[in-house]
Write a new protein. Structure first.
Length: 749
RNA sequence: AGCGGGAUGGGAUAGCCAGGAGAUUCCGCCGGGCUCAUAACCCGGAGAUCGGUAGUUCAAAUCUACCUCCCGCUACCA
């Protein structure tokens, strides 16, 4: 192991992947934040000085697009979500020392500073690239404003990644046959000058880095393919208004801020025209904004900085943590490991953003002279009934929803933190939730501390006096649990950190059961007192060890134990310090979840998912209706231009068009739009797949005359063979039919 | 079809990265105990040749190759 075990002398910072200010939080998101919170608390228990920070990710095209849809400016839109998150996290006892956002001044300033450093050190160069551009709307189309075909695998791809095919990250200008996602217009490529970060020069460094990176295995393995293959330089600018301006040396920061304000005003006044990407100005002045993945991770640093600004650098020094000893310019791209003088940086993220944290981000840090992350913990996803969450279909358990049901946040924390390995996907169901709460939290932990403290209170009004201290066996057992806890933290296993406490409580139950103090009280009062003293000690240790997972419950337990101070602040030593000799009747730490409750929750969930799916469909229809209306009003404006290219009569004759009659029509399961049709085309019956499921009452189509391209190559869609193509007009799939009574099979010409 | 993740007693999970006592924990099942405790708790038991095949090794759930099956995301106007 190339790193010292926790706790170390250095300060640590634990960060959580920034939530993207674009929608509600659900239990899946919470997995990462709870994981980070548990880990940060656990580090503190070990005695490691730790800052726990995060912030909202405000920039990027999806925010801009969705703000436009709502007719507000991106800042207003993103801030609204930011405030929501800021308020939600503490309700799950995810307590950041600082929670900022990427659009605040601290981050804007630090981002410009870091980028300027990269620039000065020669890590940035300019390159003219072809950028997708919508000539009709006169705007550039960065990232998700454009989609087209992946140049590597041929699948349909978004502008920034081949999300449906090979999963490759796509650089601007790479996507083939680009189309604007805003207008649907085919886009053309125009040459623009952009900034590139020489990631390729840091390849040797990154190879060393990935080998010494700690955390979960997936974070270390997934980026290998990139780091050990050929690293591409990274385009770090975009043609947009929304974001942090590229820090041109000649432009003073103040002016840039003004620029931001301007753009916000402009886009809010201008939203109806639906444009937010940078419009080219008359003089063609480059108004480049930094790519969102540049300023987003810098927020980790900015947020730490804000924390220091609040508490003072004598309490926590962000610069010592993040900067440490700067690597000299000439050394940066060597594989040499930086002097380990900085802090322990631990990133807790979802497994979908591993590459950003193990390639681009450490490269930036290194090149700018910052300290490298010690560990990346990448969590698996949360599934629902074995299937993935689908926010669009409302197939999810939302954070608010959970709280509204009145459940203690600790229950969910326990469930998602310990139900499986951190990098493993965990399944959520109310049944399993109930099982673990009732069995482990109530039956094992809650029951043990309650029976112990109640017995102690009734017979001794607290921990029995006159006992010399814990018995050796129990002491060893507690020490063992403390050791397990420490090991778990060093293994980055939040699951095991929780397990140590639960197993200790389990031991407590065995211990009290074996010694039966209730039988001893009368005949052997001293023996009884010793047993109960031991039990109270175990309960106290449980409070200390379980605090990272269940901070609320442990706070109550700490009070029940009549302990001074805060259970959140005590270290592991407290586990073996003598318990109080006086305390009141204890409370029940956790409550059982009755079966009826689970049934009710399941019904609710199912009903909502069904309803939302239906509403989704209606929504689509409404949108479609709107689109139709627009089509009519818009007249010729929205029509595709006529093809310039003329074809020969022979080429036309190559099409075998036939009249057909629909004999049967049914939807294809799993597909939103595809329908399977059986069509009689005179000489034979054909099975044809057509994308008309939502646009037609399928039953009404039966008997309808249609025009079919009979000699189109066969294709398979959703595993269903399509042997021909049904002709239809426009977005609404207005199906072509015959005016007279041409019989099926008649050739069309 | 592509990418990713899995396959361990009835169900759910750990262990595999750093091979070595026929294997963890939870739920369920069977039998017993206890009554301090939120019908909680404790003890004992049945039950897996760790997906298949072939290798490497003195030794493989753990390493290598191939295969099968499952799941997730994608798949959509042919």
């Amino acid at each position: 192991m190339s790193h010292e075990d926790f706790p170390t002398e250095q300060h640590a910072v634990v960060t959580c992947g920034l939530p993207y200010a674009n929608g509600d939080l659900h239990v899946g998101h919470l997995r990462t934040y709870v994981g980070g919170d548990v880990f940060a608390r656990a580090l503190r228990k070990l005695g490691q000085r730790t800052a726990f920070v995060s912030g909202s990710d405000m920039h990027g095209t999806p925010v801009a697009v969705n703000a436009e849809k709502e007719g507000v400016d991106p800042e207003t839109f993103a801030l609204r979500w930011h405030e929501k998150y800021e308020e939600t996290f503490p309700r799950f006892r995810v307590e950041f020392d600082n929670y900022g956002h990427t659009h605040d001044e601290t981050n804007a300033e630090l981002t410009r500073e870091i980028v300027r450093t990269l620039d000065e050190r020669g890590y940035v160069y300019e390159k003219d690239i072809m950028v997708a551009y919508d000539p009709e709307e006169d705007q550039y189309l960065p990232d998700r404003y454009v989609e087209g075909t992946c140049p590597y695998c041929g699948a349909k791809a978004r502008g920034d990644e081949c999300d449906e095919g090979c999963q490759r990250h796509l650089e601007p200008g790479e996507v083939v046959d680009p189309v604007s996602t805003i207008t649907g217009n085919p886009a053309e490529y125009r040459e623009r000058t952009h900034k590139f970060f020489r990631v390729s020069e840091l390849q040797e460094y990154l190879q060393g880095f990935i080998d010494r990176l700690e955390g979960t295995a997936n974070a270390r393995n997934q980026p290998r393919e990139w780091i050990e293959g050929e690293l591409q330089d990274w385009c770090i600018t975009r043609d947009m208004d929304w974001g942090i301006d590229y820090p041109e040396g000649s432009v003073a920061p103040e002016e840039q801020r003004d620029g931001d304000g301007d753009s916000a005003e402009r886009s809010s006044a201008d939203h109806s025209s639906g444009r937010s990407p940078r419009e080219e100005t008359v003089d063609g002045e480059d108004d480049l904004v930094l790519y969102v993945w540049v300023d987003a991770p810098i927020e980790y640093v900015s947020s730490t900085k804000q924390y220091t600004e609040r508490v003072g650098s004598d309490v926590y020094d962000w610069e010592a943590v993040w900067k440490g000893e700067d690597v000299s310019e000439s050394d940066a791209d060597s594989g040499a490991r930086p002097t380990p003088s900085g802090g322990e940086i631990v990133h807790v993220i979802g497994r979908d953003i591993i590459q950003h944290h193990t390639v681009f981000w450490p490269a930036m840090l290194r090149a700018a002279g910052y300290n490298e992350p010690r560990a990346v913990m990448a969590s698996g996803f949360v599934t629902l009934g074995g299937k993935g969450f689908s926010t669009s279909r409302n197939r999810a358990v939302w954070a608010d929803e959970y709280l509204d049901e009145g459940f203690d946040p600790d229950l969910l924390r326990y469930y998602i933190a310990t139900n499986g390995g951190f990098q493993q996907d965990v399944d959520f169901s109310w049944e399993k939730f109930q099982e673990r709460v009732n069995g482990e939290l109530v039956g094992t932990v809650g029951n043990f501390v309650y029976r112990s403290l109640l017995f102690a209170h009734r017979n001794y009004e607290g921990a029995p006096a006159g006992v010399e201290g814990v018995s050796d066996g129990v002491r060893e057992r507690i020490e063992g649990a403390v050791a397990d806890f420490g090991e778990a933290v060093n293994d980055y296993s939040v699951r095991e950190a929780g397990g140590a406490a639960v197993r200790l409580a389990q031991f407590g139950n065995e211990y009290i059961q074996r010694n039966e103090p209730w039988k001893l009280v009368d005949d052997e009062p001293e023996a009884a007192a010793r047993v109960i003293y031991d039990c109270v000690q175990i309960a106290k240790a449980v409070a200390v060890l379980f605090e990272p997972i269940a901070p609320g419950a442990c706070e109550r337990l700490w009070e029940d134990l009549n302990e001074d101070g805060s259970v959140h602040e005590v270290g592991l030593d407290a586990a073996l310090e003598p318990p109080a000799e006086r305390f009141d009747e204890p409370t029940e730490l956790f409550e059982k979840i009755p079966d009826e409750r689970v049934e009710e929750l399941n019904e609710k969930l199912e009903a909502r998912v069904a309803e939302a799916t239906a509403a989704d469909e209606e929504g689509d229809e409404a949108e479609d209706a709107e689109a139709t209306a627009n089509d009519e009003e818009a007249g010729t404006d929205d029509l595709e231009p006529l093809a310039d290219q003329r074809i020969s009569f022979e080429e036309f004759q190559a099409l075998d068009l036939r009249v057909g009659e629909i004999l049967d029509a049914e939807g294809i399961e799993g597909a939103d739009k595809l329908a399977k049709l059986t069509v009689d085309i005179g000489l034979e019956e054909r099975q044809i797949v057509a994308g008309i499921k939502q646009l037609h009452d399928l039953d009404e189509l039966v008997g309808e005359r249609v025009i079919v391209v009979a000699n189109l190559e066969r294709a398979e869609l959703f595993g269903v063979e399509s042997n021909g193509m049904l002709l239809a007009a426009g977005e609404q799939a207005d199906v072509l039919t015959t005016r007279g009574d041409a019989v099926p099979g008649t050739k069309v010409r």
